[in-house]
Design a protein around this ligand. Structure first.
Ligand SMILES: NCCCNCCCCCC(=O)CS
Ligand SMILES: [Zn+2]
Length: 668
């Protein structure tokens, strides 16, 4: 039941601008919206979306967050002279007013509400609103940071009030701290606010103590406010993905939101004069993908910041193309988080370990804050030297255009025994018996070479892999007589034919061939409840969970905090996902796994299942076809021994796999 993606845009929101000289505000220009919308049109993405009109937020909508006196004051601005507008602006910081900005601010908030309506009524699955003025800095009775009304905070309150939404997750990937959102929900356990932001030990705007990692929320809201401070500029894709895998996703799955709102600011992308970060626009394809299996796929992205008129439209397109379900591009060389990011990651995880069972075993804060101080002093020295350097070249950054993301003609192909029905939307696949393949199979694999249906399914499987390699088919599912044999067959074929690496994810106790793990052509990650004999090597990883995969939260944390980082760092061209009937995995967890893994290898996921598991064909096919996986519901605490085992395993593997690191290496 793949539903569409809403796109909300109205050119009226381009009709206000800065009317006087103000070096801080001059970057917030109407062109931000026009270049973004034009890029969506030029790339054909706009036409694939469902266009939803804006509306004006009503007074009642705005009063969900803001005070009457503030609203009444802003209402007067359309009638002000230029001098009055400048006078009025002076009472706030880093923001400007214009005769038409009140109108546009109502449209920006109204656009977010239209998006919530479209998603909550099931008219669309997800969507994006291109708006200005942005919202996440505005507070109950104050404008701030180019923001007038807090679009996303209003949308969250509206969703709770109008649709009885119990839990809202707000992900703020803008490079600034949305202090307005934090203040609005800091004592509210029904709204989990996550923000990363340039901080530089409180030296960066808005220079608030409460933007640091130890602001975790207040009273009942303690634990429901997560701040990830970036204490250096130049953060890259690895830093962003690490924080998603080791902080946001584990907590988000434990929280199990009914709705996800994104403060989609793109000033966290390379080239932006505000953020001065180095993450490439395609990272937003992955950030979006990683959120799309939460809340049954109900995701509303609302534009916040983004001031580089080249990286902004690129990032917007990457986000919308992922919302539409197109496969994400392969993440370019993820070389692990930097030391400063690891510091922040460590501090955030330890500040929140008392609130979230998935973080229970996170390492303590570095005991001697001497260490932290020493690191800080060293950093400050280093930064002073680099500062001049950075100021100069923030604007001169160059980066490659994000790679084209072509969705194959066929999305999902199934290799099924003739008596098993093919779910609608998917394509039944059987290969012409290619004699070359058949003979090779006969020779290498088949015990009794005349086992014709094994031969048929294996040769179809190989043919399917070749079509995936040629990007003619995106992903596939095969019901096979013998999962282990099929796995070995695909791995051996891939090792020779495919230019690239294969990630083998095995759920359950199928015998897994270690072929290709010695030279890294294959990475095997096996989940089971059997204690592994000594860990074989860097490319053959056994994850032992007490109750195997039947413990939802233990398995979920293993997938989010271990499998995903490994998969992203390994960056294979094919993901082989095999399950055996003994796996004990329930459908919804299996669908989450199948959904999440499609962010890797440009979505080339090949699922292998035992022929007997026909009941799992439907759920698997729907996930491969791009439907959001059903929510897992609130996760209870994983078994302590599982969390400890995962921490030990991660600690041991992080030497080889940098995306598994969660603490800064002990400084000497
Ligand atoms: N060059 C660095 C100086 C700091 N400028 C901060 C101005 C407010 C930015 C608000 C914003 O971008 C909303 S997303
Ligand atoms: Zn921003």
């Amino acid at each position: 039941m793949k539903m569409g993606t809403a796109l909300i845009y109205d050119e009226e929101m381009t009709k206000y601008k800065l009317l006087w000289v103000d070096p801080v505000c001059k970057i917030e220009v109407p062109e931000r919206l026009t270049v973004s919308h034009e890029a969506l049109i030029k790339t054909g993405l706009a036409d694939r979306c469902i266009s939803v009109p804006v509306r004006e937020a009503t007074d009642a909508d705005i009063l969900l967050v803001h005070s009457e006196e503030y609203l009444e004051a802003v209402k007067k601005t359309p009638y002000m002279t230029l001098e009055d507008l400048q006078e009025f602006t002076l009472q706030y910081g880093d923001v400007y007013f214009h005769p038409n900005i009140y109108h546009c601010a109502k449209l920006a908030a109204g656009a977010a509400l239209q998006l919530v309506d479209s998603v909550m009524t099931g008219k669309v699955r997800n969507g994006m609103a291109l708006v200005r003025p942005p919202g996440h800095h505005s507070m109950r009775s104050a404008a701030s940071g180019f923001c007038v009304f807090n679009n996303v905070a209003i949308a969250a309150q509206y969703a709770k009030q109008q649709y009885g939404v119990k839990r809202v997750l707000i992900v703020d990937w803008d490079v600034h701290h949305g202090q307005g959102v934090q203040y609005c929900f800091e004592d509210d356990p029904s709204v989990l606010y996550f923000s990363w932001h340039r901080y530089e030990h409180q030296k960066f705007w808005p220079q608030l103590k409460e933007s640091d990692y130890n602001s975790v929320g207040k009273e009942k809201g303690a634990g429901f406010n997560i701040n990830v401070p970036w204490n250096k500029v130049g953060m890259k894709n690895s830093d962003y993905l690490s924080v998603f895998c080791h902080i946001l996703l584990p907590v988000a799955y434990e929280f199990s939101p009914d709705l996800v709102l994104v403060c989609a600011g793109f000033d966290s992308a390379i080239g932006d004069p505000e953020g001065e970060m180095c993450a490439s626009p395609d990272i937003f394809a992955h950030l979006t993908h990683l959120l799309m299996n939460l809340a049954g796929g109900k995701l509303c992205a609302v534009l916040e910041g983004g001031y580089n008129l080249t990286s902004l439209p690129q990032s917007v397109c990457q986000t919308v193309q992922t919302l539409l379900g197109d496969p994400a591009p392969r993440p370019a060389n993820l070389d692990g988080p930097c030391e400063s990011a690891l510091e922040s990651l460590h501090c955030v995880r330890s500040a929140h370990r008392q609130y979230w069972s998935c973080l229970k075993h996170a390492a303590e804060l570095p005991t001697s804050d001497v260490t932290t101080k020493r690191i800080k002093l060293a950093e400050e020295e280093e930064d002073k030297l680099k500062k001049v350097e950075e100021e100069k070249n923030a604007e001169e950054e160059v980066w490659p255009e994000p790679p084209k993301r072509v969705a194959p003609a066929v999305r999902t192909a199934l290799v099924l025994p003739n008596d098993v029905a093919c779910p609608d939307g998917c394509k039944r696949f059987s290969s012409s018996e290619d004699p070359v393949i058949v003979n090779k199979l006969r020779k290498n694999f088949l015990k009794d070479a005349d086992d014709s249906d094994a031969l048929t399914s294996l040769s179809s499987l190989i043919a399917l892999v070749e079509k995936m390699e040629r990007n003619e088919i995106c992903n596939g599912l095969a019901l096979v007589p013998d999962v282990s044999m099929a796995m070995m067959c695909v791995v051996q074929h891939a090792a020779t034919a495919l230019r690239n690496r294969v990630l083998v994810v095995c759920v359950g106790d199928a015998g897994v061939s270690s072929h290709g793990t010695e030279d890294g052509k294959t990475l095997v990650v096996q989940f089971s409840n059997r204690e592994p004999e000594e860990q074989k090597c860097k490319y053959h990883i056994s994850v032992c969970l007490k109750k195997g995969c039947s413990d939802v939260s233990g398995f979920a944390q293993a997938v989010l905090g271990l499998l995903l980082p490994l998969g992203y760092e390994y960056d294979p061209s094919l993901v082989l996902l095999a399950r055996t009937p003994d796996s004990g995995l329930c459908d919804s967890v299996w669908q989450q796994l199948t959904g999440l893994l499609q962010g890797i290898a440009q979505g080339h996921t090949l699922v292998l299942m035992q022929e007997a598991e026909t009941s799992c064909v439907g759920p698997t096919a729907s996930s491969l076809f791009g439907d959001a996986a059903p929510s897992l519901g609130k996760l209870h605490a994983p078994l302590p021994e599982d969390v400890e085992a995962l921490e030990r395993l991660r600690h041991r593997l992080q030497v080889d796999w940098k995306l598994l690191q969660t603490t800064a290496p002990e400084t000497g």
